[in-house]
Ligand binder design. Structure first.
Ligand SMILES: [Zn+2]
Ligand SMILES: [Zn+2]
Length: 140
């Protein structure tokens, strides 16, 4: 039980320190600093428990594996958009929503929901021209 709590704490700390949604592989890489014996299966198990306990929620992006974010993040429970870096695959939360989508909606159509993800390169990757290497986890 104590081991379980320690692993769960490491997962939560990884998400808190990142300040952005993380993939399970990214959570593993960050949480291993605290619990070196941690494995990916354990990370998945803890994520599942945290999602069930509503401490963490999944961030779903089109065509992407789910990322996870702490529910305590301000605005996390509300409608949000994200920036996905095509170079390092990291996902960053954005402030606000462009809205006013009725302007491009044809007459007679009723919009219930929209999804919008900005794609491009994050500042780290944009400052490294020529490096478009795919990396699952941030190495630091
Ligand atoms: Zn990047
Ligand atoms: Zn929106």
């Amino acid at each position: 039980m104590e081991r379980m709590t320690r692993q769960r704490g490491a997962v939560i700390d990884a998400l808190r320190e990142a300040g952005r949604p993380l993939s399970p592989a990214e959570i593993l890489a960050a949480a291993q600093h605290q619990v070196p014996s941690l494995g990916l299966a354990t990370v998945y198990r803890n994520i599942r428990a945290l999602v069930e306990g509503e401490q963490v929620h999944a961030v779903e992006l089109p065509g992407q594996p789910d990322r996870y974010e702490l529910s305590e993040v301000p605005g996390a429970a509300t409608h949000r958009h994200y920036f996905q870096c095509l170079s390092c695959d990291r996902v960053f939360p954005l402030e606000g929503c462009p809205g006013h989508l009725e302007e491009i909606t044809p007459p007679g159509f009723e919009v219930e929901h929209h999804e919008l993800t900005l794609l491009g390169r994050c500042p780290d990757c944009a400052s490294k021209p020529g490096k478009r290497r795919k990396a699952a986890a941030r190495d630091h």
